[in-house]
Design a protein around this ligand. Sequence first.
Ligand SMILES: [Zn+2]
Length: 304
Amino acid sequence: MDSGDRQSETDIRLTELGRLANPLFRGSRRVDTQTSVCSLRPVHRDRFDYDTFWTLLDRVRASHRLLRFADVKDALPETPFALLRHDIDYSPAAALEMAVQETARGVRASYFLLPNGPYYNVLDPRHAHVPARLVELGHEVGLHYDVNFLYGFAASRWQDLVRLQATLLESLSGQPVVSIAMHQPGLHGEDPLRHRTDYLNAYDDRFFRDMCYISDSARAWRDDAWNLLVKGPLPPRVQLALHPVNWGRADRSRLAIFTGIHAALADDLQALGAVLIDQIDRHAGVVEHEASLERDRRVEQQKS
Ligand SMILES: [Zn+2]
């Protein structure tokens, strides 16, 4: 055996020891087998493609049951578990692409839709089917809400205004809304509804402060989150907040993702503008009005 072989053998033993010492890798035979395969797959911190997504998710589900918020409505289950949450801030299409993959792999998640964001409209004929489709795929549809909308009203009205938005999603999805999650907590501070609604709130203490919270917000990993995901040990209760827009078949830079969102929005607006001008030009009333003006002009010309 040459020194290279000895080194490899040592590495393998150390890897095995690491696995046994790490609670992420303890447990049933199934867990051990699955983790052995997963641990061989390389994972890169600055790569946000579906291969990486599934490598990370497979690591988590090797030891933790992946659950929706709706699954813990009555009580928190036995540990270990991870609540899988997806906020749809920008792209219902990206969410559906992720949802289809998850269903194919036996994963169900909570998707939080924002009814009044600037990037998509849940009542737009292009997106109105998304809530029902998510439910059909086995996922939960929850409300992602913007506190700036609430702040325009007295606090006594907030509960009703949350209900209004949840009812909209319920009508579209065909399922009761069980869970809610505040949009952009990093920008707007503490969630004013954390203890104030009848819904499960993703930022309630039991899901946020008393639970390990891991997020890929803005296509970036905090050091602690990344280390827990990749090296473990993963705590027994986890909330995993992953944004579908960050992930794709190929990795894209942060700038490419977010400038792409705006380019698509600008293209949509430009196309809408062209359609509007064309429709106005061909509007029956406009045609009649302009023809009448033209006739008047000719009469005036003949007089002069
Ligand atoms: Zn959001």
